[in-house]
Design a protein around this ligand. Structure first.
Ligand code: ZN
Ligand code: ZN
Ligand code: ZN
Length: 511
């Protein structure tokens, strides 16, 4: 096979071949930086990188629902793009990684190309295709921004080159079999030998693995699905099938922080079609706010989900990476980066129902300084500067645009907003109603799909009943947590007497 192109990161594994186990790894800061960068990634980015096989609860299903939903069901076409290709608020950091698996560094700039646009003085631009200008026209690509504004880190990083992206100094790190990260010390190594019963370290084989971009993506999947990702990666164990069990739900569903049971703003009322005996829930008939509280989870950074729920998938061990940052490895994480990893922010305008519940803050809109007037920029893009400031053309004639303003500040426009009537918070169109199946398929509400679900369920209609449920904030949090942990029966687990399920479950386990 041909050698993989692109950079690789070497990691030394300490392998017990007899027990078929990787005990721990020794790495440089480059590898640790990559592990940490996973925390800054939006959940939707991870689903996309893993080709909708992330096995994070039912996020893969949710992502598919967004893909399948027609553009007319979103506020703007930009809304769909924001959910399918969410931005990473720490992308300025991530693009300095030795390997950045999220290649979608978003520097294409979109503007309304109408040079006599009625909203010309707004100096608006967008980072998303499909954003609507105040004049009503759809913004178009003007090309890649040559320099990423707001990336204040680059200069500081150059000044102290032995620092990594998130990690400082140039020491070696130990990454344990379950992904705890700590500075490499003799005492830690000895305690790991003791833990694994290694009497003679000579029996351990030391293997250096080269991680390419592709291998890092494979490792990310292991981190989400295995408690011993290094062992499974090294011995190429088959990735387990999705089997998120009810047990995970019963033990962990209720959020750590019991928030006061307040009603959601906007009064989240839904109607569910369920059996009279509470044994099954077929689907829920819901409005925009409910759908938005689900879809917007895709834009939430992994670190934020772990912060609130302690974990981000039922299996996996990324929670250990997270906890290392304010634990074993804290003093070697650059101070200004700790909150970036432990409490990641959302990019501008990504704030939404889910982020408010999860208390994820949003960055202020970006500004972009252009050394040209807006008209030159609109017609010639980033190369418009030369005309604006004047140059000699091929006939030795000095040409220059007549506009006095030679430098402008562009302001980022809200890609969710259309025509200024909506506040531009929700992703999904207010004009539609939706149905959500128990496994979290989201469809436009139509008689055809409801009839199909009822007939597929093989439940007699006389056993079915429609109930109206008003969701409180803590119920929505429970639902969001279930979305991250369960791959099936999400609505029924949360909405149909979860306590009763718990008893049943224990009853079954005793026999
Ligand atoms: Zn316009
Ligand atoms: Zn930083
Ligand atoms: Zn000009």
């Amino acid at each position: 096979m041909a050698k993989p192109e692109g950079p690789t990161i070497g990691v030394k594994l300490f392998v017990d071949k007899e027990k078929k186990k990787v005990l721990f790894a020794e790495s440089d800061k480059e590898f640790v930086d990559v592990l940490f960068s996973f925390l800054t990634m939006p959940l939707g980015t991870i689903v996309r990188l893993l080709d909708k096989q992330s096995q994070m609860g039912c996020l893969d299903q949710l992502y598919k629902s967004v893909e399948d939903l027609n553009l007319e069901y979103f506020q703007t076409s930009a809304c769909k793009a924001m959910l399918l290709k969410p931005l990473n608020a720490a992308s300025g950091h991530c693009r300095r990684l030795k390997i950045n698996v999220d290649g979608s560094v978003p520097r294409v700039v979109y503007v309304c190309k109408d040079t006599s646009c009625s909203a010309l003085s707004d100096n608006a631009f967008s980072s998303f295709p499909g954003t609507v200008c105040k004049c009503g026209k759809v913004m178009e690509s003007i090309g890649q921004c040559p320099k990423y504004d707001g990336d204040t880190e680059t200069a500081a990083a150059a000044a102290c080159s032995e620092d990594g992206v998130f990690v400082k100094g140039c020491l070696k790190f130990i990454v344990t079999h379950d992904l705890q990260v700590a500075p490499a010390t003799t005492s830690l190594m000895m305690s790991l030998f003791e833990k694994f019963g290694v009497l003679d370290p000579a029996v351990l084989e030391q293997q250096v693995l080269q991680f390419s971009s592709e291998k890092i993506t494979c490792l990310l999947k292991r981190l989400l699905t295995s408690k011993q990702p290094l062992t499974d990666h090294y011995f190429e164990a088959p990735v387990p099938q999705d089997d998120a069990s009810l047990e995970a739900l019963v033990q962990n569903l209720h959020p750590k922080q019991e928030s006061e049971d307040q009603e959601m703003p906007g009064n989240l009322k839904i109607r569910v079609l369920q059996t009279k005996d509470d044994s099954a829930l077929l689907y829920a008939e819901v409005g925009v706010d409910f759908v938005d509280s689900l879809f917007s989870l895709l834009s939430i950074p992994l670190g934020s989900a772990i912060k609130l729920y302690g974990q981000c998938s039922a299996k996996g061990c990324l929670g250990n990476v997270y906890r290392s940052i304010d634990g074993s490895v804290q003093e070697f994480v650059r101070e200004e980066c700790q909150s970036l990893l432990l409490d990641p922010k959302l990019p501008p305008f990504f704030g939404c129902c889910a982020s408010k519940i999860l208390q994820v803050d949003e960055l202020a809109p970006r500004e972009l300084t252009i050394k040209a007037c807006f008209v030159c920029f609109k017609s010639l893009g980033f190369s418009g500067c030369s005309l604006c400031h004047g140059y000699y053309n091929s006939n030795y004639v000095f040409v220059k645009c007549g506009n006095m303003v030679k430098s402008i500040k562009l302001c980022e426009a809200n890609p969710k907003q259309k025509g200024g009537c909506e506040k531009g918070e929700v992703y999904v169109s207010r004009k539609a109603n939706f149905l959500v199946t128990d496994d979290l398929r989201v469809l436009p509400l139509s008689l055809a799909s409801t009839v199909k679900i009822v007939s597929d369920s093989k439940i007699q209609t006389s056993n079915l009943v429609v109930k109206e449920i008003t969701l409180t904030k803590s119920k929505v949090m429970e639902l969001q947590r279930a979305v991250l942990l369960l791959s099936r029966n999400i609505l029924s687990s949360v909405l149909l007497h979860p306590k009763k399920n718990k008893k049943l479950h224990h009853y079954h386990r005793m026999y």
